[in-house]
Design a protein around this ligand. Structure first.
Ligand SMILES: [Zn+2]
Length: 215
């Protein structure tokens, strides 16, 4: 039976790497994939992973009907044996419904990859719809780590290394940038305390928190 599978996780948990691995394994067996993405870090029409691998993809636009796109593709005699949707958190809920229809009416497996929650720890609308509709939700096992070493379960948005909790849900940035908008994965404890790696370093250097030496 074809399935809609949602591979979910934090940023940096290896989602895009797994998407590329699935693509590689199936194309090695002679299968053709339709790859959708949106706002990938490598630019429009690309699916890339942090490990440096990249492949071409179809950039999803606002209002694009993914089911109709596949029907049109197939009706022109082109192949699509399965579908990958990366950065699925950025898709509209309607577009997730269209992916479910691809599974049910076209009989194709759809593998969606996305971040579950945003920097305020709220579900992205696309991810919420995937949780509602997916046949299976797989939480990725390649676990990202907080600076403290604990399992990172939350995404933080940073500006100059400091965590912010206000702003638009989607601002495309990159991890490890010094002063622009960046992202960092944290454990829940440090997400709640808004303590990023940079602020933890600053706190460790502050004389206020040095242990008092016995005289
Ligand atoms: Zn932590």
């Amino acid at each position: 039976m074809p399935e809609l599978v949602f591979f979910s996780g934090t940023m940096d948990c290896g989602k895009s790497t797994l998407a590329l691995q699935i693509e590689h394994n199936r194309s090695a067996r002679g299968l053709a994939g339709m790859i959708f993405t949106r706002d990938d870090r490598a630019g429009e029409g690309k699916l890339s992973s942090r490990l440096g691998l990249v492949t071409d993809a179809v950039e999803v636009e606002d209002g694009m009907d993914l089911y109709a796109y596949l029907v049109d593709h197939l009706s022109r005699g082109r192949r699509a044996d399965y579908v990958i949707a990366d950065e699925a958190q950025f898709l509209a809920p309607d577009q997730i419904d269209q992916l479910a229809r691809v599974v049910d009416d076209l009989g194709l497996d759809v593998y969606a990859f996305g971040i579950t929650t945003d920097f305020r720890s709220k579900l992205f609308p696309g991810s919420q719809r995937l949780v509602e509709l997916a046949d299976r939700v797989e939480v990725l096992q390649v676990e990202a780590l907080c600076w403290c070493g604990a399992r990172a379960t939350h995404n933080a948005r940073t500006i100059g290394g400091e965590m912010v909790v206000e702003g638009a849900q989607v601002v495309v940035g990159d991890v490890n940038q010094a002063d622009a908008v960046g992202y960092e994965v944290l454990c829940r404890r440090h997400h709640r305390r808004r303590m990023t790696a940079a602020s933890a370093r600053a706190a460790a250097l502050s004389p206020d928190v040095l242990p008092v030496q016995p005289a």
